[in-house]
Design a protein around this ligand. Structure first.
Ligand code: NDP
Length: 320
């Protein structure tokens, strides 16, 4: 079977490519710059890459850029989208590549009947910002859809980019008869395959360097990158899979995460107590009911955190 992965050099996509190769797929992977070894070397050295990985140059904002890649594929995994919080021009840096890029990829999928299913990497960002109150009694599920007006008013540009992209993807896929499934992960952590530091794993680095306790005094919904990659494959392989799948292992306050890290690494000078160490109260819960049908058994957060830290050490982003 031949599949395409867009944005293959990224954190999640690198794991997806690795697992797809392990599952004997032939992978047509898109990157923006195939000549940049930082974006390709880690992919080319994966098991099975020599025989079954093919790199293509494609850009989300170039119309028709994905045609030659998608042609002949049975499935397409669209993961490429900018992940950034501090941007100067949200339209150009986030919204255009997310929204126009997704439609660009789907347009290529609609052209080639070989494509049987498309799995799009959306986000919990496109789920939770509805304006409904988030209390511990609330159970969030796949029926929630973030409100773009609210995202815009709150200047949540990344959240807006993912919401608009998913909304447009559903409209386009329905109008064009594309069998599409979305995976909506929370904040993704876990070991890095790529040599560069991506934004979501950087949060763990910031946590262990946060001797001043300046960061993340909020709750984070977390999930392991290996579970996210696996969910993409299951959503592609299981014929009955449909709609959206929320992927959240745990909703954890900063102080709880620090507590786990302190237990794992007593040698780290992590604070006993956070400056705003309020009692832990999850803001809400996210249903794992639907994602169970993909056979996902979530990696426990303790394991994800340990493997992230070990990976950050191995790649010299931190030393202790
Ligand atoms: P990375 O930053 O590691 O990867 C993003 C990928 O998108 C890179 O390969 C990047 O290519 C590509 N990309 C960005 N802009 C363009 C463009 N204009 N044309 C082509 N490719 C482009 O991020 P993640 O792996 O974390 O994220 C992957 C997907 O998962 C995204 O859709 C993100 O929104 C989603 N997601 C991520 C979460 C997380 O916590 N990490 C949570 C929920 C969803 P290049 O390498 O060339 O820059």
């Amino acid at each position: 079977k031949v599949v395409c992965v867009t944005g293959a050099s990224g954190f999640i996509a690198s794991w997806l490519v690795k697992l797809l190769l392990q599952h004997d797929y032939t992978v047509k992977a898109t990157v923006r710059d195939p000549n940049d070894p930082k974006k390709t070397q880690h992919l080319l050295s994966l098991d099975g890459a020599k025989e079954r990985l093919h790199l293509f140059k494609a850009d989300l904002l170039e119309e028709g850029s994905f045609d030659s890649v998608v042609d002949g594929c049975d499935g397409v995994f669209h993961t490429a989208s900018p992940v950034a919080m501090d941007v100067v021009n949200p339209q150009a840096e986030l919204i255009d590549p997310a929204l126009k890029g997704t439609i660009n990829v789907l347009r290529s999928c609609a052209k080639f009947p070989s494509v049987k299913r498309v799995v799009v990497t959306s986000s919990m960002a496109a789920v939770v910002f509805t304006g409904k109150p988030l209390t511990s009694e609330v159970l969030i599920d796949e029926s929630w859809f973030s409100d773009p007006v609210l995202c815009k008013e709150s200047k949540l540009w990344y959240v807006l980019s993912k919401t608009l992209a998913e909304e447009a993807a559903w409209k386009f896929s329905k109008e064009n008869g594309i069998d599409m499934v979305t995976i909506n992960p929370a904040w993704v952590i876990g070991p890095l395959i790529q040599p560069t530091l991506n934004l979501s794993a950087e949060v763990v680095l910031n946590l262990i360097n946060d001797t001043l306790q300046q960061l993340m005094k909020i709750s984070y919904r977390l999930v392991d990158v290996r579970d996210v990659a696996n969910a993409h494959i299951q959503a592609y392989e299981i014929p009955e899979a449909s709609g959206r799948y929320c992927l959240v292992e745990k909703d954890l306050h900063y102080s709880e995460t620090v507590k786990i890290l302190r237990k794992l690494y007593p040698e780290l000078p992590l604070p006993e107590k956070c400056a705003d160490d309020k009692p832990y109260a999850p803001s809400s819960r996210v249903s794992q009911e639907k994602v169970k049908s993909l056979g996902i058994h979530f990696t426990p957060l303790e394991v994800s955190l340990k493997d992230t830290v070990e990976s950050l050490k191995e790649k010299n982003f931190v030393s202790f």
